[in-house]
Design a protein around this ligand. Structure first.
Ligand code: HEC
Length: 197
């Protein structure tokens, strides 16, 4: 009963056998791969955007946030010894640096990024030319309860901002969260200070 032509037999064997060539890799999803790249936050955000995000950082919910220690209006928060943020002339940095605004901003950026403890240990050592003079500030160090953006509730708010920015096509790398937090929140602090005048 040899009725099946040999050419058909050969085809059947190839189709069922394990030796056939593997299926070609699926074509790359061209349209998706060409999504617009995210814009870097430093280029994409205006000063007023930064200020708006700074308010969110300042108002972060939870304990050990700026508003928790300093108060929602920058004054009369949980810690009596926390600086009055509406009165920059009373700040240690203003005194230690003779009120030089650019120098104060440089020091505050370090303080808010790292907290008082690290500031006391490192700032003057790392910035010998910054002009910082503790003797002028009526103290030898910052109260180490000044935490800046380093605590978890504030970092959680920053991570949320990072996600929201991504949705609008803006990239805020994880490595920039602290720098973004310090820059934006200081811009907000400067705005409450001028509003209070
Ligand atoms: C756990 C409490 C705490 C948190 C959180 C905190 N601070 Fe402070 N902050 C303090 C205390 C206390 C001082 C006063 C330190 C001193 O004078 O020795 C201070 C001082 C300051 C000063 C004045 C610095 C100077 O030169 O005198 C600024 C500005 C400031 N904080 C901003 C912030 C901002 C912005 C945040 C949020 C990112 C924040 N702080 C979070 C407790 C806190």
């Amino acid at each position: 009963m040899n009725t099946i032509p040999s050419i058909i037999l050969a085809t059947l064997t190839m189709a069922c056998g394990g030796e056939s060539t593997p299926p070609a890799a699926p074509a790359a999803p061209a349209a998706k791969a060409e999504a617009t790249p995210l814009k870097p936050w430093r280029d994409a955000l205006t000063e007023s955007d930064i200020l708006k995000y700074g308010e969110r950082v300042f108002m972060a919910k939870g304990s050990n946030t700026c508003n928790d220690c300093h108060g929602k209006d920058g004054t009369k928060g949980r810690l009596e010894q926390a600086a009055n943020l509406t009165m920059p002339a009373t700040w240690r940095s203003s005194k230690a640096l003779g009120g030089d605004r650019a120098k104060v901003d440089h020091a505050l950026s370090f303080l808010v990024s790292n907290g008082g403890k690290k500031f006391n240990q490192d700032y003057v050592k790392a910035n010998p030319d910054a002009g910082w003079d503790w003797a002028k500030s009526d103290a030898k160090a910052y109260d180490i309860q000044m935490f800046g953006v380093t605590q978890s509730s504030t970092m959680a708010a920053l991570k949320k901002i990072r996600k929201d920015l991504k949705k609008t096509g803006i990239e805020l790398p994880k490595a920039d969260l602290t720098a973004f937090g310090a820059q934006s929140v200081l811009s907000y602090v400067r705005s409450i200070e001028s509003a209070a005048k």
